[in-house]
Design a protein around this ligand. Structure first.
Ligand SMILES: C[S@@+](CC[C@H](N)C(=O)[O-])C[C@H]1O[C@@H](n2cnc3c(N)ncnc32)[C@H](O)[C@@H]1O
Length: 214
């Protein structure tokens, strides 16, 4: 990782204590529509009891807990141990793996999953890294008929993002937010079977299905 990594686990360790309070600010950037986003992931996933579900960047477990409620088997991963401690309190039955998604894939996750889900994590990665990770997940870790569902801060295109940034003033922070037009092109060019849905002014969901990619 680069020195002075702006996206280090330390930043998230210190956020863990207030995180669940912060996401309740659902009319304020970046969590506009947070509950709706998580509920839509659950709906799109169509989870069944016994499904093996991998949640990437679990944080305090607010997405994973919805799948636990559907009797899925959960693997939760995050690079912040402090965030995962919070999740562990809510999900005593889940498997927890501390790992950085930018590093080597952890051996504990070398298997396939019926659903791979993630919320509010991939905007820390540049577009190429996002696409490469999605491709790896679909080709190496998704079961036949599996679904990869990535929800995140995402805008239809750069001009919509600029307008939105102005409207939120000082709350805005520049990160690698998804732009659906260029992201969909990049994902499709990488051979992915993908659809996109805008959920709130600043959040969207990318749904990818297992395909014949290899
Ligand atoms: C904004 S929180 C989202 C948490 C949860 N998914 C949710 O929707 O509430 C982002 C989470 O991603 C984790 N994260 C960020 N970059 C990561 C990386 N490179 N590898 C693993 N986890 C990462 C952070 O530690 C944090 O828990």
């Amino acid at each position: 990782m680069p020195q002075n990594d702006p996206f280090s686990s330390n930043n998230f360790d210190s956020w863990a204590k207030s995180y669940d309070r912060d996401v309740q600010e659902q009319t304020r950037f970046p969590f506009n529509g947070y509950e709706r986003v998580l509920e839509t992931i659950l709906k799109l996933a169509e989870p069944q009891a016994g499904h093996a579900v991998l949640d990437l960047g679990t944080g305090t477990g607010n997405l994973a807990i919805r799948f636990a409620g559907k009797d899925c088997k959960l693997w939760c991963t995050d690079f912040s141990e402090v965030m995962l401690e919070k999740a562990r309190e809510k999900l005593p039955q889940a498997h927890f793996i501390v790992a950085d998604l930018r590093a080597e894939w952890p051996p504990e996750l070398s298997r396939s999953f019926d659903r791979i889900i993630s919320a509010y994590v991939f905007h820390h990665f540049e577009l190429d890294a996002k696409v490469n990770l999605c491709r790896e997940l679909v080709t190496k870790h998704l079961a036949p008929n599996g679904k990869l569902i990535i929800a995140d801060i995402s805008f239809p295109d750069s001009s919509t993002m600029s307008g939105f940034a102005k409207s939120v003033g000082d709350l805005w922070e520049d990160e690698f937010y998804w732009l659906a037009d260029e992201s969909m092109d990049a994902l499709k060019n990488a051979g992915m079977n993908v659809t996109y849905r805008q959920i709130s002014p600043c959040a969207g969901i990318y749904l990818m299905k297992a395909s014949n990619l290899s």
